[in-house]
Design a protein around this ligand. Sequence first.
Ligand code: UDP
Ligand code: LCN
Length: 802
Amino acid sequence: MFDELKAYVEQHRHLVYQWLKHLLSLEKSHLLRTELIDGFDEVTGSESMHELRGTPLHDMLVDAQEAVAREGWLYLAIRPAIAEWHYLRLQVDSVICEEIGVREFLQFKERLVEPREEEDQWALELDLSPFERGFPRMKEVSSIGHGVEFLNRQLSFSLFKEHRERLLDFLKLHQYSGVQLMLNQQVSSLEQLQKAVRQTRRFLKWEHDDAEWADFVDRLPVKVFEPGWGRTAKQVHEMMGLLLEILESPAPDTLAEFLSRVPMVSRLAILSPHGYFGQSGVLGLPDTGGQVVYILDQVRALEKQMRHDLHEQGLDVEPRILVITRLIPEAGDTTCDQRLEPIIGTENAAILRVPFRTSNGEIVQEWISRFDIWPYLERFATDAGREMASEFGGKPDLIIGNYSDGNLVASLLSRRLGVTQCNIAHALEKTKYLYSALHWREHEENYHFSCQFTADLIAMNTADFIITSTFQEIAGTEEGTGQYESYHAFPMPGLYRVLSGVNVFDPRFNIVSPGADEDVYFPYTEKKRRLTRLHDEIETLIYGESGNGARGELADRDKPIIFAMARLDRIKNVPGLVEWYARNEDLQKEANLFLVSGNVDPGHTPDREQGDESRHMHRLFDEFELDDRVRWVNAMSDKNFNGELYRYVADRRGVFVQPARFEAFGLTVIEAMTSGLPVFATCYGGPLEIIEHGHSGFHIDPNHGEASSHLMADFFRKCREEPGHWDTLSKGAIKRVEEAYTWSLYASKMLSFARIYGFWKYITHLEHEETCRYLEMFYGLMYRRLAEQIEPHPPEEVPDTA
Ligand code: UDP
Ligand code: LCN
């Protein structure tokens, strides 16, 4: 690519010069892809410049992600394919084009915010690429997010040449409450093991298939096997057959199947420190949204799967899951001030709450924004580790972190305890805010991105495996950078520079999408399961009077409803949707707008952003006089009610809209789709992957509100003209969720990954010891210093959650 471009620039210096001049005349020192393309289109609109179209220069600009223009230079970051990055620069006067390295690009970019006379030769650089040597790395984009398959293929062939003997130790490793499982210490060689397995299989052939372990264990011909091989004779026979195959020649599938039957996971710790984390009355409170829903549903699915697996493995062991979060003494009407709370819908899972403490040991009483919690996490990790150990009566088999804070704590605890670590991001803030790294200093007071991104880098690189909800979360799309990919190289001017932070070709990444609770969110057509008793309440909510946590009174009840439900964070763009609607009269004629979001009273939230957004909503209502067409009510946290609300809107042939500027995944999108609502959702983030445009919903571009509102108006018009149109979309939505987004699929994958990564970590040196040591230094010297600098915010009013 670069050679062609260079040759073109050399041969067409005059044209390129004209284009460069035009670009610099815009007087923008930092340009986004769209600005570069718009600038190019403008220039090439004139006849004399038209021939630049379709040239290598044009191709390069289509692939450009951003450019920095200063002092007669243009520096560009080019992404010709997913996760492939090149950097180059053009000198305006001499029209020279050169390929440059990532460091040069970042240095040049940093000077946008930190002008320096001389180059800082000794700026701290984080470069993890040297540690990658000797580790298996994927090469194909199609492999990204399928790390476990790659790892199994890659390692099973080489494994037993080098580490075959470790398998014996691995089988002796498993215990439950001091009871030995799988293999006891009497076996000292693989040959001995092979012989014992063959003898046992011969014996089992004569047992009844359904005979249980306890029925025949005392008669086994060799006394080296302990429980865990299977519940019945048939299962034990199969499992031992898999082991023989592996010892003979380890095929990846056999190995995966064998590991999925090893009793490795019965105690699981899930970390999600920032609160409010509760089971009712918390959704819609600041910082409390899909992550809580996800974790509670995940726990139910995992417990069910763990119980099933342990039973099949022949163990009468009760699985135990603890969700560890912070205890908030001033928790309003929520239960977030309780230490231990059983999780509804499980038999033995609980929320364990541990308070944040200040450096002098005082308990932090009030809710704290997730952006301000960094100084408390180290101490929380210690306290939570102690409480967790006493609840479990030992250490967990797997630690799952959630969001940047949970992942950092998971990282500290996993390292200390030597337990497998899994990360789940939910939403990485870095890509939510434009240039959040470059301008970190400007954001520091409110967001503390310096801590957050440092924590992310540490946790991402210490995790044994990382679960993502979509592919784009890892590596984006052809056009846009992925959330994890954005950690590959970035500047933190004046702090450090990341040259190689995260590699998306790392086999630790796996896509496992969540679902929606099937007991709560189901198609509106399933009449028998419907909660029709709630309809009066729902009608009051939608058509009731203004006041008391509601604004707007819908004048025409016959119109279908455009429904949106989201936290009132800026990123969710709820006021954006109001404005699109307000500016489109056709859409107003077709449907009413109904919003469940945040707090109608702006003074009623301690959250910085939500208060501003609430005031913005009122301004729009006033400016466009929307009160008879738009109704806005306070956040609703009862999920059974919300489930019926989606279906109620579907009964009346409405739609659901998710207008976010960016949505990491989007549980509401899944909930609405499974209820049978046609959904219009942002094309930035997860919904792009969830929805197949025109079949199971529609993508909308939040930057093009007019086009989005026209798409909706056209849809309603078409539904009037062709009554089957709404049903086609509705059925498409239901089918899509059924096929790809279920919790049972999630749970079996997750547990199988836990075993497989745990196995490889034990058998090989996949635990990245060198990387961990390097990151410990980064933690000690960088993270701790940054966290210490955060001034605790003055105690803010705790919201009344009644
Ligand atoms: N939710 C709710 N009440 C509200 C707003 C949201 O119950 O007022 C629920 C919603 O049903 C979904 C979750 O909160 O289960 C939001 O998850 P999503 O992934 O859509 O967004 P997040 O808030 O996590 O960014
Ligand atoms: C956080 C978000 O912002 C959503 O997009 C996700 O759906 C949710 O977490 C659950 O992972």
